[in-house]
Design a binder for this molecule. Structure first.
Ligand code: SF4
Length: 371
């Protein structure tokens, strides 16, 4: 099958979603846009960042021409991401929204990612396969029973283990087929009380699916998932060490939104940071949200720093350009409070979720990298 994405490979050394990829703080550039293209989903996962907004029917979306015009005005763009809900849930969304956005990205040479649960029939993914660089999936399961417990926990209907097993298998099969077709399948696992002691098995399954990358992020309390307990810093450190001990060194491991910083005086933090830096095919990505990326809701036109979280709305694409809203966020007092940068450590500081979860009384702007 012919693929239309750029031929330059996306690698641990060349990750265009990294906010420092093409910018030197404090002069960040708006290089990335994320679209929320649907509020529909076939699953109801307990950790879902946008679970509060999931619905049974989508509103009409804004004209695609307006959306593309706003993209045209953003001169530094490198990447586009598509999220939901489950973006591929409705064929109408695929045809009328995702298709034109991906075609635009192809014409402009932008890299693309879809965040999917990958649990729909494969034909739904085949249509977009030639146009996507990265298929990003969630994978937090060591066996079908985990899948059954996690993805239906907030479902209005009772779903049997047998039904869940079928979907678990379909998801794995879809990932394998996409990987075989040359798409970068990147599986994300969350570090939370359910997963933190199962990561080696989870990693092994991700490898079996043919994924190019395993992404690992601590889970934070936000919106829908605000009542789930977060791991302590020692638990997080332990789980990351265990995973690094067990992982396949040939697979790219991307850690994101980690609450460990090179300015920490804690020797355990420093040891972990050095290990992550020195490990083969391991990257620690600074959080793109607000540093190089904004989120557009295609129904309301509202623009936010992330598709979840409490910062509020920065503006609306019906009245504002993306660059002007990005500048608004750069000058926002909340952003200013955490907007530190240590070039030697290639660290751009915590995001708001990390700050609120673990560092409320810390002034990062008075700290400097120690390792
Ligand atoms: S950029 Fe901020 S968080 Fe990172 S090491 Fe420096 S002071 Fe610490």
């Amino acid at each position: 099958m012919k693929r239309f994405v750029p031929t330059t490979p996306i690698t641990p050394q060349k990750d265009p979603w990294e906010p420092l990829y093409n910018a030197t703080p404090p002069a960040y550039k708006l290089t990335s846009i994320e679209f929320t293209v649907t509020n529909l989903c076939n699953l109801r996962c307990e950790h879902c960042a946008v679970g509060d907004t999931l619905r049974m029917k989508d509103d009409p979306h804004l004209p695609i021409e307006l959306i593309l015009q706003r993209l045209d005005e953003a001169k530094h763009l490198l990447t586009l991401s598509i999220t939901g809900g489950e973006p591929m849930y409705s064929q109408r969304t695929v045809n009328n929204v995702i298709g034109p956005i991906l075609q635009y990205a192809t014409d402009r040479g932008l890299r693309t990612q879809i965040n999917s649960n990958l649990s729909l029939p494969f034909s739904r993914y085949e249509a977009v396969l030639p146009y996507i660089d990265v298929m990003h999936m969630s994978w937090n399961y060591s066996q079908p029973e985990d899948f059954h417990e996690v993805v239906y926990v907030n479902s209005p209907q009772k779903v049997s283990l047998t039904q869940a097993e079928k979907l678990y298998q379909l998801t794995m099969d879809n990932a394998k087929k996409l990987a075989d077709a040359g798409v970068i399948v990147s599986a994300e696992s969350m570090l939370n009380t359910r997963t933190w002691q199962k990561l080696p098995k989870i990693h092994q399954l991700i490898k079996e699916m043919g994924c190019v990358r395993h992404e690992v992020h601590p889970m934070y309390q936000s919106d829908f998932a605000k009542n789930l307990p977060v791991l302590s810093l020692p638990q997080l450190r332990e789980s990351i060490h265990t995973l690094l001990d067990a992982r396949d060194e040939e697979m790219w491991m991307l850690f994101g939104t980690l609450p460990f910083f090179a300015c920490s005086q804690d020797p355990d933090d420093q040891e972990l940071i050095l290990r992550l830096r020195q490990s083969k095919n391991v990257t620690v990505r600074n959080d793109p949200d607000g540093r190089c990326r904004l989120n557009i809701n295609i129904f309301t036109g509202d623009v936010t720093v992330t598709d979840f979280g409490d910062v509020g709305i920065l503006g609306n694409i019906q009245t504002d350009t993306l660059e002007s809203m990005f500048a608004r966020w750069q000058n926002h007092s909340l952003n200013q409070s955490i907007n530190c940068f240590c070039p030697n450590a290639e660290c751009a500081g915590p995001n708001l979720l990390v700050y609120h979860s673990y560092y409320l009384n810390t002034d990062f702007k008075k700290r400097m990298a120690l390792v």
